[in-house]
Design a protein around this ligand. Structure first.
Ligand code: BTN
Length: 263
């Protein structure tokens, strides 16, 4: 059976989640995030999923490109419509990192992924997953969020410029992974995290606590913010909205945006 992320294969396993009803699959597309943003703006319902075997213009955070070779990774974007203000969206992104962490561990519990704030998943200090969250919002109300998740699954090598910073699940485990199984597990975990975030009174605290437990760098780690060289120091956990606190020579500062460089 080909290991493709086909709606007919995924939908039955996702019944009862918000992701089971509107799954779109592309063999080749520019970017699943772009497709999902366009669809969301045209009214695509919450839980719509956009999956591709290959992206020709996969986007990362900032101006970064996401390396998206055919059939080797998971390139997945979902549409969410939480009734929250834009300032609460960071926690949703943190929840997605937890969902990726859980999905990987569910399939191979020997692997210990490490979350790097706000939304990278590392294994052995190399990136195995990136999450790009984009939104359309009014000042007090989110209209929709598109959360794009890229996971390096079965790559056996990366181009030279990524060689030292990227890895795949195949490279770390020595075996080939079923993308279908991982993608099912990912969307189930994401559904669980998202529901408990919105429905449980302790949802936000639970995400903040578990994120910090699964991140070796959220506390006590020397870091520098790439876009702001003056913001460097030792991490001091997350604040109540999920922003990263850093003890600097000028006192405790909060990282609101930018890329955190571990030193
Ligand atoms: C990052 O770490 O910079 C975020 C990378 C996000 C990549 C995913 S792949 C699926 C979705 N479509 C895109 O164009 N980007 C995201």
């Amino acid at each position: 059976m080909p290991d493709m992320l086909l709606p007919d294969m995924l939908a039955p396993q996702l019944q009862g989640t918000i992701f089971g009803k509107h799954i779109h699959h592309y063999y080749k597309i520019g970017s699943t995030n772009t497709a999902a943003m366009e669809a969301a703006s045209a009214g695509a319902p919450e839980g719509s999923v956009f999956l591709a075997e290959q992206q020709t213009a996969g986007r990362g955070r900032g101006t970064n490109h996401w390396h998206s070779e055919p059939a080797l990774g998971i390139y997945c974007s979902v549409v969410l419509r939480p009734a929250v203000p834009p300032s609460d969206v960071l926690v949703v992104t943190l929840a997605a990192g937890l969902a990726v962490h859980a999905a990987i561990q569910e399939i191979d519990s020997r692997i210990a992924p490490d979350l790097k704030w706000p939304n990278d998943v590392l294994i052995g200090n190399k990136k195995v997953c990136g999450i790009l969250t984009e939104m359309n919002a009014e000042i007090t109300r989110v209209r929709y969020i598109v959360m794009g998740i890229g996971i390096n699954v079965n790559q056996s090598a990366f181009p030279t410029d990524l060689h030292d910073i990227a890895t795949s699940l195949r490279l770390v485990s020595g075996t080939e992974w079923s993308r279908l199984e991982l993608c099912t597990s990912l969307l189930k975990s994401l559904d669980r995290e998202y529901r408990s975030l919105l429905e449980s009174p302790d949802g936000v605290n639970s995400i903040l606590r578990r994120f910090q437990e699964r991140s070796s760098s959220a506390k006590g780690r020397q870091i520098e913010v790439e876009e702001d060289a003056s913001l460097q120091g030792v991490t001091d956990g997350l604040d109540e909205r999920g922003f990263l606190k850093v003890r600097t020579a000028q006192g405790v500062r909060t990282v609101l945006s930018g890329t955190v460089k571990l030193k």
